[in-house]
Design a protein around this ligand. Structure first.
Ligand code: ZN
Length: 74
């Protein structure tokens, strides 16, 4: 299996939720290496996908909340 993020050149049907992927929007294309004719399309943020496969807009670096300057004791 190889997957690639593409821009839809026509309206596609998401293989996870069955809804339409609009032309011009980004989606994930999954191809079976052994059966080249077998291609699946998915929304990048598919509403019915398991949470682990969904890309979110989370920041890549952790947000550090305790970054206050150290207090001077003297
Ligand atoms: Zn979907």
């Amino acid at each position: 299996m190889s997957e690639k993020i593409i821009v839809a050149r026509r309206d596609l049907i998401c293989d996870l939720c069955g809804r339409r992927i609009l032309k011009g929007s980004k989606c994930r294309m999954i191809r079976d290496d052994f059966m080249p004719g077998l291609v699946y399309f998915e929304h990048l943020n598919c509403p019915s996908a398991p949470a682990v496969t969904v890309e979110t807009n989370c920041p890549k670096n952790p947000v550090i909340h305790n970054n206050k300057p150290a207090m001077a004791l003297a």
